[in-house]
Design a protein around this ligand. Structure first.
Ligand SMILES: Cc1ncc(COP(=O)(O)O)c(C=O)c1O
Length: 389
C-alpha cells in the first residue's frame, strides 16, 4: 500500500521498521471509482475508511486468529463490544439463547435484559450441569454462551461436551475466553463456533487499553464484518498497536503468573481465615479433570491460570480489613490480568447488578475476594496475603 500520495512512484525504502507502524488515518486515497468499488466490495485488498478496517486492526486480528487457530477475527473497541458484535451478527428477534449463570456481571445484563429488548429470549443455567443445559435447549435456541473459566468463581466449562449438546440443536457455542486467554485455551479447537476475548485483560496485560476480539471459523462468520462496521464497533489504531506490543509477551506473563497463582493456592489450603478457596488447579475441585484437559489446548501446558478467588470466613468486615491490609502490594482494582497483582470485591463491583438470590446461586458473598496474580516475585504477594489474613 502507498503510505502517502506524494510518495507514489518513489522507490520503496531499503529498510523496514522492526516495530509495526501506527496508521492513525481515518481515510485512504483511491485511484478511481472502480478501485474504490472493488476495495469496498473486498475484491481487492486495501483500506478505504477506518471504521471498516485499518492496518493496525488487521495486524492484530491476524495475530488473534493465529493464536486461536481461527479462520477469522474481528477487533472491537472493548470486550463488551465483541459480545455485542456476536449478538448483532448472529441473533434475531424470536431467537432463544442459553446463558451460563456464572457470566461476568455485565455480560449477564447484556445476554438477559438487553437482548430481551430486542425480542430475544434467554434462559440462565449452570453450564457445569450438562443435564440442565440439555433441558434448557429449545427448537428456537440459536446460541449458548459460557466462559472458559468463569468470573469470579473460576469454574472451568466442559467445552467439548457443551459443543456436542449445542450442535445437536444446530445452535452456536459462543465462549468468552477472557480469563484463560489463548495462552491456556483455544475453545475453537474444543468445538466452539465463536470466541470472545476482552483484550483489556491479560492479552494486552498492561492496563492501558480497552479492546476486544471475536474469533470464529466457518460460515457463521459471514455477517460479522458488515455488522462490525454498521454498528460502529471497531477499535482505534493506537489501541490495536499497543495491544500488539502487549500480546508479544502474553505467554511469558501467563506462565509466570500461573506458576505464582498455583503456588499461592497451595499455600492457602487449610488457612482458617478462608471459608472457601477457588482455584482450578486444586485436585479436590469437581472441575479439576475438565480443567486439566481443557486448559492444555493453548500455546503450551501453562497450567490453570492466574486467577485465584477466596471467600473470607469473616464476611464484609474481614474483606474490608483484608483490602486495607494488602493495599500497598495488592491494590483494589476491579479489573484483572494486569502486570501487577490486583484484587476485586465482585459483590460491590463486577456483579453489583445481581440480586441477592442470583449472588447466592453463583456463590458470591460479602467475603468473596478475587485475586488476579501478576508477575512480581511470589514472596511479595505471599507476604501481603499473610498480612491480610
Ligand atoms: C470475563 C469478562 N468478559 C468480558 C468483559 C468485558 O470486557 P471489557 O471491559 O473489555 O469490555 C470482562 C470485563 O471485566 C470480563 O471480565
Amino acid at each position: 500500500m502507498t503510505h502517502h500520495p506524494s510518495r507514489k512512484g518513489r522507490n520503496a525504502p531499503a529498510t523496514r521498521s522492526l516495530a509495526p507502524p501506527i496508521y492513525p488515518a481515518t481515510v485512504y486515497c483511491c485511484d478511481s471509482p472502480q478501485q474504490a468499488s472493488d476495495l469496498l466490495a473486498g475484491n481487492i485488498d486495501g483500506f478505504v475508511y477506518s471504521r471498516d478496517g485499518h492496518p493496525n486492526s488487521d495486524m492484530l486480528a491476524d495475530r488473534c486468529a493465529e493464536m486461536h487457530r481461527a479462520e477469522h477475527a474481528a477487533i472491537t473497541g472493548s470486550g463488551m463490544a465483541a459480545l455485542a458484535l456476536a449478538i448483532v451478527a448472529h441473533l434475531k428477534q424470536g431467537d432463544h439463547v442459553v446463558v451460563s449463570h456464572q457470566l461476568y456481571g455485565r455480560s449477564l445484563v447484556l445476554f438477559t435484559s438487553e437482548i430481551a429488548r430486542m425480542g430475544i429470549e434467554s434462559t440462565q443455567v449452570d453450564t457445569q450441569d450438562l443435564d440442565a443445559v440439555q433441558k434448557s435447549m429449545k427448537s428456537s435456541t440459536s446460541m449458548l454462551i459460557t466462559e472458559t473459566i468463569s468470573n469470579p468463581m473460576l469454574h472451568v466449562a466442559d467445552l467439548s461436551s457443551l459443543s456436542e449438546i449445542v450442535h445437536k440443536h444446530q445452535a452456536l457455542l459462543l465462549v468468552d475466553n477472557t480469563l484463560a486467554s489463548p495462552a491456556l485455551c483455544r475453545p475453537l479447537q474444543l468445538g466452539a463456533d465463536l470466541v470472545v476475548e476482552s483484550m483489556t485483560k491479560i492479552m494486552n496485560g498492561h492496563s492501558d487499553v480497552i479492546l476486544g476480539c471475536l474469533c470464529g471459523t466457518g460460515t457463521s462468520w459471514d455477517r460479522v464484518a458488515l455488522a462490525a462496521s454498521t454498528w460502529g464497533l471497531f477499535a482505534s489504531p493506537m489501541d490495536c498497536w499497543l495491544a500488539m506490543r502487549g500480546m508479544a509477551t502474553l505467554d511469558l506473563r501467563m506462565e509466570r503468573a500461573t506458576a505464582t497463582a498455583h503456588l499461592l493456592a497451595e499455600q492457602l489450603v487449610g488457612n482458617r481465615a478462608i471459608a472457601a478457596l477457588h482455584y482450578p488447579g486444586l485436585p479436590d475441585r469437581a472441575d479439576h479433570k475438565v480443567a486439566t484437559r481443557e486448559l492444555a489446548t493453548g500455546t503450551g501446558n501453562l497450567g490453570f491460570g492466574n486467577m485465584l478467588t477466596i471467600e473470607l470466613a469473616g464476611g464484609l468486615k474481614a474483606a474490608e480489613h483484608f483490602i486495607q491490609a494488602v493495599a500497598d502490594d495488592i491494590p483494589f482494582c476491579p479489573s484483572l490480568g494486569e502486570l501487577t497483582t490486583t484484587l476485586s470485591h465482585p459483590k460491590s463491583t463486577s456483579h453489583r447488578d445481581m440480586s441477592a438470590e442470583e449472588l447466592r446461586a453463583v456463590g458470591i458473598t460479602d467475603g468473596t475476594i478475587r485475586l488476579s496474580i501478576g508477575i512480581e516475585p511470589v514472596d511479595v504477594i505471599s507476604a501481603a496475603l499473610r498480612r491480610g489474613l
